[in-house]
Design a protein around this ligand. Structure first.
Ligand code: ADP
Ligand code: MG
Length: 547
């Protein structure tokens, strides 16, 4: 900016500013670079990524969100794409790769339109109309689902795991995911709510994934506190205590002056009696299992063992809460107030050895609102990937039961929405129509990428797909194993409606946000300069996409 030749500085020295078309182009390029980087991971035949962090730890995954979590992205517009994946993951738990790939394609289309001198505002308006319509179309084609349709739910879970490294065990994992979600499902105001935080997932390497277990109850990652205690209690009556079984040491030195050795014995006896009374109390109310949030000292352990009570100490608060929910017991802080009504129930409490660790399984709870899944796998890395896959499975089953709708996958819904959007665009004139069409075409990136990653000729298959949909075959999609167009509903490639809607939403929001930016004002980085002092590092921090 200058006035009569004198520059007026309104920004701090060192601030970088790019405006207008340049700023937009840079942002779009950077965001698209992210989409390009993960598009090869889309779908069951997508490739895996090996990510190495700055201390050399390796993660091998096919999970879009994990990939974006691990790579460090510099460019602000690229960071917005990472946010797309996060948003998608938070709300839907699956569909992260799709959302990012779609956002990249929307940006590509927008870039083309803007290059043809269509104003960004018109592009955004057209996209908005197309987006609203797309959601409506999805609602129209979605198929209702009840929680009784267990098989469908399992297929939904399996579809989400098709693309995972651990996909070979997806049947087992899908069954466990459906078991877990149906168990914790609650009805509130006539609506189903599945809080998947109530599904506790415990990972242990050292066995195959097929050895994983679903437990209608709680697993406590602690061992029974004393060797003489029983390792299995059937028909368990469980006391949940948040009070220590130990005598505080400080009482010893302060108040008591000991003049005679017998006094020590007497004192110790008194202490022991206190502990003995505590244990007596527990036994009298009928408890045969104790979970204690605090410590249990040696003598108390001994007395408990003598009474045949199984006890676990220093149980995490969150685990205590799970135990309370699952067994119907109440956490008691003052032992004097403990009654038989506070006790929880379970068919069995048992210590089992898993890999090299002992854990306590609380099973056969009457109406457990907390359930557990013990995930096994050959190595840590496999168990980690199994956990990511299982998380997606839990999310899609939750989405399906909470909303009560599903669609088929394999690109079918995207093609159907694109086809109807192209029709819809006819209602509009000129540039707006072009923007709506561009949005429709962008959706085709999903079937296209699924095919591409499977090594299928994309031009041919897209043509066939469109033709099938014109004939009214709503669920015609890419059969990536037989490399042809097929009915995805018949193949049981099923996805919750929520995942699909949210992927379009996340992508639309990110794309329109990025298109709207026409001015990038970046403060000077406060990081210390490298000592060399050479001319390197010029040319604009945000000038080029990363990677
Ligand atoms: P995202 O992170 O988007 O969930 P995925 O790698 O899980 O990415 O791929 C999801 C896509 O793969 C969805 O469009 C889904 O319908 C599709 N898909 C899953 N299984 C199959 C299959 N057997 N055949 C064709 N498409 C499939
Ligand atoms: Mg997925």
């Amino acid at each position: 900016m200058s006035l009569m030749g004198t520059p007026i500085l309104i920004l701090k020295e060192g601030t970088q500013r790019t405006t207008g078309a340049d700023a937009r182009k840079n942002n779009i390029a950077a965001a698209r670079a992210i989409a390009e980087a993960i598009r090869t991971a889309l779908g069951p035949r997508g490739m895996d990524k090996m990510l190495v962090d700055n201390i050399g730890d390796v993660v091998i995954t096919n999970d879009g969100k994990t990939i974006l979590d691990e790579i460090e992205v510099q460019h602000p517009a690229a960071k917005m794409m990472v946010q797309v994946a996060k948003a998608q993951d938070n709300i839907a738990g699956d569909g992260t790769t799709s959302a990012v790939v779609l956002a990249g394609e929307l940006l590509k289309k927008a870039d083309e339109l803007i290059t043809q001198k269509i104003h960004p505002t018109i592009v955004i308006n057209g996209f908005r109309k197309a987006y609203d319509e797309a959601l409506k179309i999805l609602d129209e084609i979605a198929i209702p689902l009840t929680i009784k349709e267990r098989e469908k739910l399992e297929y939904i879970a399996m579809t989400s795991m098709n693309s995972k490294i651990v996909g070979g065990d997806r049947e087992k994992l899908a069954k466990m995911a459906v078991d877990a979600v149906l168990q914790i499902l609650e009805e509130r105001d006539g609506k189903y709510v599945a809080d998947i935080d109530k599904v506790q997932v415990i990972k242990k390497a050292g066995a195959s994934i097929s050895d994983s277990q679903y437990i209608a109850g709680v697993i406590i990652d602690k061992e029974v506190v004393h060797a003489d205690m029983p390792k299995l209690i059937r028909d368990a009556k469980i006391a949940l205590l948040d009070t220590p079984f130990e005598i505080e040491k400080t009482e010893f030195d302060a108040e008591i002056r000991i003049t005679d050795p017998t006094q020590i014995t007497a004192f110790k006896e008194k202490e022991e009696n206190i502990l003995r009374e505590m244990i007596e109390k527990i036994s009298n109310v009928g408890a045969n299992v104790v979970f204690c949030q605090k410590g249990i000292d040696d003598r108390a352990q001994h007395f408990l063992a003598k009474k045949g009570i199984l006890a676990v100490r220093r149980v995490k608060k969150s685990d205590m809460e799970k135990l309370a929910r699952a067994t119907g017991g109440r956490i008691v802080t003052n032992l004097d107030s403990l009654t038989s009504g506070d006790l929880g129930h379970a068919e069995a409490v048992e210590e089992r050895k898993i890999a090299n660790d002992k854990m306590v399984f609380v099973t056969g709870c009457k109406d457990p609102k907390s359930v557990s899944v013990l995930l096994r796998g050959g190595t840590e890395r496999i168990v980690d990937e199994a956990e990511r896959a299982f998380h997606d499975a839990l999310c899609v089953v939750r989405n399906a039961v909470e909303d009560g709708y599903f669609v088929a996958g394999g690109g079918a819904p995207e093609v159907e929405v694109a086809r109807r959007l192209l029709e819809f665009s006819q209602k509009f004139a000129g540039k707006e129509q072009l923007a709506i069409k561009a949005f429709a075409e962008a959706l085709l990136v999903i079937p296209k990428t699924l095919a591409e990653n499977a090594g299928i000729d994309t031009v041919e298959i897209l043509g066939k797909l469109m033709a099938e949909h014109e004939k009214g075959k709503v669920w015609a999609g890419v059969d990536i194993y037989n490399e042809k167009v097929a009915d995805m509903l018949k193949l049981n490639i099923l996805e919750p409606l929520r995942t699909k809607k949210q992927a379009i939403k996340s992508a639309y929001e990110a794309a329109s946000m990025i298109i709207r930016i026409d001015d990038v004002i970046a403060a000077k980085r406060e990081t210390p300069k490298p000592p060399s002092g050479g001319p390197g590092g010029e040319g604009g921090e945000y000038g080029a996409p990363p990677m």
